[in-house]
Design a protein around this ligand. Structure first.
Ligand code: ASP
Length: 345
């Protein structure tokens, strides 16, 4: 080939490459929480604080690295939640709180903002990582929410092993159960009707139920997703289900608005449909995610007595966090930045 022809060929290849559509990449981001409640600098030793911070950072970095390598937001949040479920520090997976009867009943949900597909499990007793089962419900079943034994039968069909309920036992959560039962006993003794309504939970020390975990993320494709996993509330009874596995209450994701994972007193988050209310304000009122979150967390729900918080991302890589409690275990990491971890206000 003459040098003129070589030049012509090289120019043709270069212009063909240049005319390839360049796919726009979104700014990646991930945010996680490990529960909200009465958390103050006085309520923990500096060694405990360091342990929480290290685990929150580990979970955030785990999710971020998946996003940085081009992984999906669903993969990133699942991996981040798994780190927290596997730690006894949090009320999810290992470390889940006890029911009134001294067992553990776990709830989890996940939602994909691109497709609006969702999966949830409630009241499972033998699933080590409930978020993985919620994800299988989303991707491998025609249903959205499976409960109890049925959910576990589905897990077996999917090749997921069952574990003993005692896998989730921890001394710290057992002590919380004893305290909670004493408190319930006192409330019942004082109440004229003799009832121990769950509404009385509102008078409880938040530390009895703190530690639900969640993650939200946006990937390079601009797809967002949300996941939440919990043991629920200490001394819960009668098959009680909180907001965490309820799509719209504890978890929500829609590429057109935002992805939310909530933590707090579930009964209120269900009644005020917290996660989807935040995203509806973004979608229909054009609000930014911080304003929409603050309106819901500090609005009607708080006035009614609801306590807790949320983590939020949108498809542009913005992150918002809002909580009306003393503290919320939380962390986030945005494109090109290091993880930022915080516990107190
Ligand atoms: N929202 C959870 C529930 O009510 C508890 C929590 O987030 O601390 O089950």
């Amino acid at each position: 080939m003459t040098s003129k022809l070589k030049y012509l060929a090289a120019t043709l290849v270069a212009s063909a490459l240049l005319s390839q559509p360049v796919l726009a990449q979104s700014s990646i981001a991930i945010a996680i929480h490990g529960g909200a409640g009465t958390i103050s600098p006085q309520s923990m030793t500096s060694a405990q604080k360091l342990r929480y911070e290290a685990k929150l950072k580990q979970a955030t970095d785990m999710g971020y690295n998946i996003l940085a390598k081009g992984g999906s937001s669903i993969e990133a949040i699942s991996a981040a939640v798994n780190v927290l479920e596997d730690s006894p520090l949090f009320n999810a997976g290992i470390g889940a709180v006890y029911t009134y009867d001294g067992a553990h009943e776990l709830d989890a949900s996940i939602m994909d903002g691109k497709t609006l597909n969702a999966g949830a499990v409630t009241g499972v007793k033998h699933i080590q990582n409930p978020i993985n089962l919620a994800r299988l419900v989303m991707t491998h079943s025609v249903h959205v929410m499976l409960s109890g034994e049925g959910a576990e039968e589905f897990a077996l069909q999917q090749g997921m092993p069952l574990v003993a309920n005692s896998t989730f036992d921890t001394e710290r959560r057992y002590q919380s159960l004893l305290k909670a039962k004493q408190k319930l006993h006192d409330i019942k003794a004082k109440s004229k009707s003799g009832a121990d309504y769950q509404a009385n939970y509102v008078n409880w020390d938040n530390s009895y139920k703190m530690g639900t975990v969640g993650a939200v993320a946006v990937d390079k494709q601009g797809n967002i997703a949300a996941a939440t996993s919990t043991g629920g509330m200490t001394a819960k009874r009668y098959g009680r289900i909180g907001d965490s596995p309820i799509i719209g209450a504890g978890t929500w994701a829609d590429n057109d608005s935002c992805a939310v994972s909530a933590t707090g007193h579930g009964e209120y988050f269900i009644r005020f449909n917290v996660a989807s209310d935040i995203c509806a304000r973004v979608k229909y009122q054009g609000k930014d995610i911080q304003k929409a979150s603050d309106e819901v967390i500090f609005g009607e729900m708080k006035q009614a007595g609801g306590t807790g918080g949320v983590i939020v991302v949108d498809a542009k890589g913005n992150v918002a966090m809002s909580f009306n409690t003393q503290g919320m275990y939380r962390a986030f990491r945005k494109q090109g930045q290091q993880a930022q971890v915080a516990i107190f206000k």
